[in-house]
Design a protein. Structure first.
Length: 251
């Protein structure tokens, strides 16, 4: 049953479109550009600037946008946090490049959304279009980075949802679907059914609590609550997001 919810994880998606082999002797032209017109929040003690990482040659076309913190007030902490953000933003795509066959090409376009920005927490969600040629179809990825700004450390799903228990599972089953097909009632129905319909509460709790599963099940914070992203079938967008309000979270 647990395989149902993880059936369309990123690694399986890659396995469907390419045979894994390590690329040897390949040189990539990596560049990083800083966006001067930064996303800023004047009532907070730090601002965000946008950087763009590109990796491009005759077979590779990867473009990844991600935020970086400026004016945090602690240069060492700021540097460490920015490195965490950059590494997280790029990691999935570097792994794909390392698994790419010599005869294949790869395209990725990654954008991000700031889900929560305050003096204590920065929560970032990344969405991307990916295409490996030859393959059956493009695929979409979703992942997150959550930073505790008080200590400069990355937050786990357990940090985001400290009371990961049966009550949280029940709240998740009743959470609001906010994925890419949120305007299509039938797609919403299928997304909920695919994500939670054939798995018991205890199995779902085990997946959410398992560190290995957290590599494919992502969480983020908003000012109103928490969001959870789970893998789903490609016709439903490869991933589905659900949000739970603070009032519905276990006390």
């Amino acid at each position: 049953m647990m395989k149902k919810i993880l059936g369309k994880t990123r690694k399986i998606l890659l396995g469907m479109v390419l045979a894994v082999s390590l690329v040897t002797g390949t040189v990539f032209a990596n560049t990083i550009q800083k966006q001067i017109t930064a996303t800023s929040d004047p009532d907070k003690s730090y601002q965000l600037v946008e950087e763009t990482y590109t990796d491009k040659n005759e077979k590779i076309n990867v473009k990844i946008k991600y935020p970086q913190i400026v004016n945090l007030g602690d240069a060492v902490k700021q540097k460490n946090i920015n490195q965490i953000i950059k590494d997280d933003a790029i990691a999935l795509y570097e792994e794909t490049l390392n698994e790419l066959e010599d005869s294949s090409s790869y395209e990725a376009d990654v954008s991000y959304e700031i889900k929560l920005k305050n003096d204590n927490i920065l929560s970032i969600a990344y969405s991307s279009y990916n295409n490996i040629v030859p393959s059956a179809h493009p695929y979409f990825l979703f992942h997150t980075t959550n930073i505790d700004l008080t200590n400069g450390k990355k937050m786990t799903l357990a940090d985001i949802v400290p009371k990961m228990n049966e009550d949280f599972v029940k709240a998740l089953r009743n959470a609001k679907y906010v994925g890419m097909f949120s305007s299509d009632p039938q797609a919403v129905k299928y997304a909920i059914s695919y994500s939670f319909g054939e798995i018991s509460d205890s199995e779902l709790l085990k997946l959410l609590s398992n560190k290995a599963a957290n590599m494919e099940i992502y969480g983020y914070l908003t000012k109103d609550g928490v969001g959870i992203s789970v893998p789903v079938g490609h016709p439903l967008g490869d991933h589905a997001e659900f949000e739970i309000s603070n009032s519905e979270l276990p006390k």
